[in-house]
Design a protein around this ligand. Structure first.
Ligand SMILES: *[C@@H]1O[C@H](CO)[C@@H](O)[C@H](O)[C@H]1NC(C)=O
Length: 263
């Protein structure tokens, strides 16, 4: 479930048009989970409708992301505070560096789980999760040294991005292993494919003149798809190892056989 939202974050970071930087997710202390309270949804391995069960379980958990679920080591994720980051761009349209701080993401707890496909065979787990978030808002402060379509800029100010209909296809694969009488999941691969339906970008301080600032904003909003597409592969390549590690920390603390029980 944490995993799901980690994956959604990849979509956001794609929107930040990032590549070649050192990302960092907020630190979480993963305490070993000994038992689950009754309000945490679980599924049975033998359930013929296990896909529907997992889907409903994820959907039940999602609104609770707002406040976090401490017994599962899930911190509050809506709003999600991303802190500082620094990005390098090198696409045709955009080159240079952008630093961001106090970045906050709103809307993750409104996510909708559309489809789950879970397969467990010989201790190997394969999943496919389709989900979408109707609307997200990302806001923060930025400072940059960039070339935007041959226009040299050294702007500084605040920004916000409204993302509409962010869809996510995630394909985690992993293997089960035994430890201290429980079965745990270790993910080996995490493929994600985030898509953004629409995007509206706002920033002040791009240039001192507000009228020119608006002209540049219009350009960015007109070409956001090209910018997003150019940067997404690098962004995913950068973030996926980090998200895989964070997901594995999550699953190392939470026995998989508590979520999907053997009987
Ligand atoms: C983005 O920031 C601008 C300027 O501060 C503000 O007018 C606008 O309402 C903000 N957008 C959202 C969705 O908060």
């Amino acid at each position: 479930m944490k995993l799901l939202w980690n994956i959604v974050l990849v979509a956001l970071c794609g929107v930040s048009l990032a590549e070649d930087f050192e990302p960092e997710l907020p630190p979480v202390e993963f305490k070993p989970v000994r038992e689950l309270s009754g309000d945490i949804p679980t599924c049975r391995e033998s359930d013929l409708n296990i896909n529907e069960c997992i889907k409903q379980g994820l959907q039940l958990i999602t609104p609770r992301m707002k406040y976090g679920i401490s017994e599962l080591n899930i911190p509050p994720l809506d709003p999600f505070e991303m802190g500082k980051s620094s990005y390098s761009y090198n696409s045709g349209l955009l080159q240079g560096r952008i630093a961001m701080k106090n970045v906050v993401v709103h809307g993750l707890s409104e996510g909708i789980v559309d489809k789950v496909n879970f397969r467990l065979k010989n201790g190997q787990v394969r999943m496919e999760i389709l989900s979408h978030v109707p609307q997200m808002l990302v806001e923060g402060a930025y400072k940059a040294d960039i070339k935007l379509n041959d226009l040299k800029l050294t702007p500084k100010g605040t920004f916000n991005v409204t993302l509409t209909d962010v869809t996510m296809r995630a394909r985690p694969t992993g293997e089960l292993y035994e430890r201290d009488g429980h079965t745990y999941l270790r993910l080996t691969k995490l493929e994600t494919e985030p898509k953004v339906g629409d995007l509206r970008f706002y920033a002040n301080g791009l240039v001192p003149d507000p009228a020119l600032n608006d002209v540049i904003l219009d350009f960015i909003n007109q070409y956001w798809r090209q910018l997003y597409q150019a940067m997404l592969p690098e962004t995913l390549a950068t973030w996926q190892p980090l998200i895989l590690k964070s997901s594995n920390d999550f699953f190392a603390a939470l026995p998989f056989d508590m979520l999907v029980t053997k009987n």
